[in-house]
Ligand binder design. Sequence first.
Ligand SMILES: Nc1nc2c(ncn2[C@@H]2O[C@H](COP(=O)(O)OP(=O)(O)O)[C@@H](O)[C@H]2O)c(=O)[nH]1
Ligand SMILES: [Mg+2]
Length: 534
Amino acid sequence: MKTPRELGDRLDGLREVVRLGGGRVGPELLVPVEALLSQASARRTLSPDRTVVALAGGTGSGKSSLFNAIAGGELAPVAVRRPTTSRARAAIWPAGTEGAGDPTGLLQWLDIRDRHVLDPRATRTDLAGLVLVDLPDFDSTAAAHRAEAERLAEIVDVLVWVLDPQKYADAAVHQRYLRPLAAHREVMLVALNQADRLDRDALEACLRDLGSLLSADGLPGVPLLATSATQPGGADRLVDALSDRVTTQRAAVDRLHADIDTVLVALGPACSGPPSPRPKRRAGDGQEALIRGLGTAAGVEPIAAAAGASYRMRAIATVGWPLVRWVGRLRPDPLRRLHLGAGQGGPTSRPAATGAQRAQVSNAVRDLVSQSATGLAPMWGAAAAATLESRQPALIDELDRSVRSAQLSQDDRPAWWGGVQGAQFLFLVAATAGLAWLAVIAGFAYLQLPGPSVHLGRAPVPTLLFLGGLAAGLLTSVVSRPFVNLGAARRRARAQRSLDAGIRALAQREVLGPLADELAAASAFCAAVDSARR
Ligand SMILES: Nc1nc2c(ncn2[C@@H]2O[C@H](COP(=O)(O)OP(=O)(O)O)[C@@H](O)[C@H]2O)c(=O)[nH]1
Ligand SMILES: [Mg+2]
């Protein structure tokens, strides 16, 4: 069993609701909360120990007559037929000896100019501190009068609804005014006025009927009193009821509690998602789909392939058979063609993300949001989607930066290349020397002279040098090919890992992080709504 929360704590909860809801929740939900907060801070500082009671109702029910009867004087004009109260009017009971000082600030805030300060000697002492307000008619034909009545009904501490025997059952009054006040039943009273017009039995029946109508309005148990403004003592029971409220000095606080209950009803749908938390597995799928989409838009596959191809090309140009390796040099480096190198900030020839790729990213973001927001009221998903959508252009730009900073190993030169390159050079020198030697021998033969040939066993050394050098170079290039392929595959995989890591970091920073923030704000918002409950 939780203890009822204090007004201050509940208002703190509402302040948090406004802070967290700003930019996320529609103004139709937050504006009433902000209005209530400023109303509360005004009312709590302006004569909080005074009790403002307003007499409200339709034309001719007897509000002004009751006002006069309670105040004990002809302060307000009363009319037989025409409505005469155009502006609110206040009667002020001087405060008792302790507390309840000058009510001027309070009346200014209420914006009531017609004020009557009563003579303390002529008034009941148990009403000391009361400010009684006679409102214009709620059903007035003049819009300004209605507006004035409605404005004050929203901020006074206690509302006395004055009905009369002819019109008490008027459906319009119950629908329009009484039902919306259901949350305020603790700060409401209902007076069935002009009771003197009914005989005893009719009055009893009337009160019973009105009582059940009020229950149907959501106001069961609201104090219902018969009054007569024209009979001496006809308002005494109402005055007694008001005296209770005035002496406890709780009405202003009770009113604000009731107002908080009302705004909480409106906030309810923002926090009424199904209780189950979001399904983790599906959100994980959404993350993978997002990363795939970003990878496609960034061109991770072709860039990684280019990193492997670049390695292969440079490797072959270094360790390949010298007689053919120049062929490879004629082709541009596949990686450099993408202009990805650090410091190569110029225009990239890498194709920008296509419309289809952007669409894939935004679909992935949208799916991720809707999966993550399962279990929350729909507005949170919409708010998160809007936030992420606004970041999307930046996300696509960031993709480019992320690709540029990936580890593509485009300038590395493994040590073994140098060894093989040296060997290839030696083999080429041997083959060239053998060829030169053979040429010299051929020259001697042409001149019919014995050539300077040397034999190793039965094999001629120049021929050995020439053919052996060629064969060794060719063999070396064939043998190193699997190592080149292995190195290319590793460079490709490393590039892929590095690009993926960059994209994951980017997704975290630009999508998953902000999404988590939005979801956290949603649950903090609902926790704040909860902390504003009684
Ligand atoms: N018999 C009787 N007439 C009343 C009573 N209260 C008001 N009236 C009359 O009803 C008419 C309208 O009263 P008024 O106070 O101006 O009503 P308001 O429009 O609600 O302010 C006047 O003629 C009053 O004299 C009452 O308790 N008994
Ligand atoms: Mg009146």
